[in-house]
Design a protein around this ligand. Structure first.
Ligand SMILES: [Zn+2]
Length: 415
């Protein structure tokens, strides 16, 4: 029998629970559920109770909880969730970045053989163990920033063997970091240059040879594809996604980054999320708003490429759900600082604190189809972060400079 361990943390100036908020649409800061002078009682790995500190104190003492007495000002939030990253990769693309800033476009670099293919070459050269280690290092950096759940994509292997190497590396990394890594298969990132055959032939091979192994080895339950002129067209992807759906995978899409089309595919296939959307027009915004697909803004990619942000304000006003992710990758989004990026998106798109924080907590959880995290409430995983301040508004105000100084993952403090 497992012994039950209780931990009681507080007093907390403000616990912003992110509970009691709708999954879709605009949010006002007044809607935030903020418990003043709060206490959080943890039972093993889960949140047991949250409420006013002195109300919970007698109960916590009577059940023999370990009392964690916070000294100073703290604001508690659920552990942050980054629902879109590519942090399993080899090499660096500092050269691409310099070229882009010298005036050469992303599409031109890709067509000239640079871009993603450069990372594919570097990633193929790295061993499984090396890739796992690089992924652990980046995950731990994210965890220190308060990001307790991180989605990680493959997509720099682009052959049956090399994609599987990446996916196994991410699985190994997950066993060696305290953060939770959620894996997506992005074998449909770009068409591999060294494949003999059409885009459709490649996708058919992946679906026949990789999909079954994903399930056998429990490597991933999410299938992602980049729908774009230089990657895969809406037409290319139909039978690939059909097969994925039939096998029970969740679908997610890199959509409308440079041209529209991807979000329509996402909605047609009832994808969990449609990510990017920088090029989305009113039509796509309406389509997403009427669907259950979560729109994911990737401000780090806009900053990395120097292009417009996802129309986050319009999406929310139309009634869509909006998550915000870092897209951390070696090409278009090398910064990898989710809180900074989300805060800055807020200033450009005029998002409330509630909308920014929702985008990196419970709405990001929904973008990963996870119903056990992203809010501070009974029964949820005890992933908690504490910012050294007495006012939650300081978090976006300081635009990422204010980081959490105390982090709990599954009820255990990460030192
Ligand atoms: Zn991406």
């Amino acid at each position: 029998m497992q012994t039950i361990k209780y931990t009681f943390i507080g007093p907390i100036r403000q616990a912003v629970t992110m509970a009691r908020l709708p999954l879709k649409g605009a949010l006002k800061d007044e809607q935030l559920h903020v418990v003043q002078e709060a206490g959080i009682l943890i039972k093993n790995e889960e949140i047991y109770e949250i409420g006013p500190y002195w109300d919970l104190y007698p109960e916590a003492q009577s059940i023999g909880a370990e009392m964690v007495n916070l000294k100073g000002d703290f604001v508690a939030l659920p552990g942050l969730i980054d629902c879109h990253t590519h942090i399993c990769f080899g090499g660096s693309r500092a050269k691409d970045y310099a070229m882009r800033n010298a005036g050469i476009s992303y599409l031109e670099i890709a067509k000239a053989g640079g871009g993603i293919w450069d990372t594919v070459t570097q990633t193929r050269k790295a061993s499984l163990e090396k890739l796992a280690q690089l992924t652990v290092n980046r995950s731990n950096r994210h965890l220190k920033d308060g990001i307790t759940t991180i989605e990680v994509k493959s997509g720099y292997g682009l052959s049956v063997e090399e994609e599987l190497k990446m996916l196994r590396a991410i699985k190994l990394a997950n066993e060696n970091t305290s953060a939770d890594l959620i894996t997506s298969c992005l074998a449909a990132h770009i068409p591999p240059k060294d494949f003999q055959g059409t885009q459709k032939d490649y996708l058919k091979k992946i679906s026949e040879e990789v999909f079954p192994i994903l399930q056998e080895e429990d490597l991933a339950n999410r299938i992602d594809a980049f729908i774009e002129e230089t990657a895969f067209t809406s037409e290319d992807i139909q039978s690939y996604f059909q097969k994925a759906k039939e096998m029970g995978f969740d679908i997610t899409v890199h959509a409308d980054q440079f041209r529209t089309g991807g979000s329509k595919v996402a909605v047609d296939f009832a994808a969990i999320s449609a990510d990017h959307l920088e090029a989305s027009s009113e039509k796509e915004i309406q389509l997403l708003a009427e669907s259950n697909t979560i729109a994911v803004a990737l401000p780090g990619a806009s900053m990395g490429l120097g292009v417009a942000y996802t129309p986050a304000r319009k999406l929310l006003d139309a009634g869509a759900s909006l998550a915000i992710a870092s897209d951390w990758n070696p090409g278009s989004a090398p910064m990898g600082d989710l809180l900074t990026q989300a805060s800055i998106l807020g200033t450009f798109e005029k998002l409330t604190n509630a909308e920014v924080l929702a985008g990196i907590t419970f709405r990001a959880a929904a973008a990963l189809n996870l119903a056990d995290r992203g809010q501070l409430k009974h029964g949820y995983i005890a992933d908690l972060i504490f910012f050294p301040t007495d006012d939650y508004r300081e978090i976006t105000y300081q635009q990422g400079r204010l980081k959490p100084s105390i982090i709990y993952k599954n009820g255990i403090e990460i030192k």
